[in-house]
Ligand binder design. Sequence first.
Ligand code: PEP
Ligand code: MN
Length: 339
Amino acid sequence: MERIWIAGPCAAESREQILTTASQLVTSSQEAGIELSFFRAGAWKMRSAPDGFTGAGEEALPWLQEVQNTHHIPVCVEVMNAKQVELCANYDIRTVWVGARTGVNPIEVQRIADAVKHSDFTVMVKNPIIPDLKLWMGNIDRFLQAGIQKVMAVHRGFTDAQENVYRNAPVWQLPIELKVQMPELPILCDPSHLSGHAQWVPELAQVAMTYGFNGLMVECHCCPEKALSDQKQQITPKEWAVMIAKLDLRSSTTDISLVQQRSILENIDNQLSELLYQRMVTADEIGRIKRQQHIAVVQPQQWQQVVKRYQKHTDDAEYQEFINKFLELLHQSSIKRQN
Ligand code: PEP
Ligand code: MN
């Protein structure tokens, strides 16, 4: 499975910060033998507080174009509206993502989808801040229906009212269910916005890889302590390369849908073991009543009913053979206990 590694600062702050971070990422990835798939940076930033740094805006786009031209690495930018798509195209930036906040506004997402319609843009769709799989899938569908060939999803966690260890609580069932519903769609993880803290980025990155995600989007800054946004969660390019190189990557046979099916199986096994135990306890009780009332242990008609119950699900011959053996064991065990 080819992995998608995306790294770069939360926000484009200055030409120097962008060019330094990009060249450090290129050097570190070469040293670690990793291929950086995309360089990321936000030109426009949606901030919670009104006095937060809202990004360099259009001014940042030529800096990013410079990264693309110098290092031949595609650059990606968050877009919040159709106008920003047009501006990106003017600077030859053809990979964009829809952020978690924009994701809760389907009208705006549709406008963005209309703006990229039938183009060669690559579009990443982050999960909306609320854990609503239908909304996330709907947003993805808007781009697929607009004829975009390269669409990817990004799990960046969900905002809730709880005090969590992580900044945005990961709800792994959602991207897993998304993978089950859209198996062809690459799903990335953004451990930076999930964790909110540089210290936890590697462990969440590993969880995502263990689940079989297709790649990561990680916030990296040449000087995280000076970052103008998301300061606590950014790591240096060197730390990024060390982290990626250390990841335990699972083979492509361990994809998310396999993990999902295994967890269903685990659940079934737990139920089965509980039910078999309950069955044995009940059979013991029946044995007690039979003893008390002098009723014969073996009741052939009764047992035929049991066999019928098990055979009704399928006429698959191999399965029937298995069920017959299983029932034989079950019956023998019951008789033995009742004796
Ligand atoms: C970002 O990637 O910089 C960003 C703002 O992400 P999110 O939309 O996930 O909060
Ligand atoms: Mn950020």
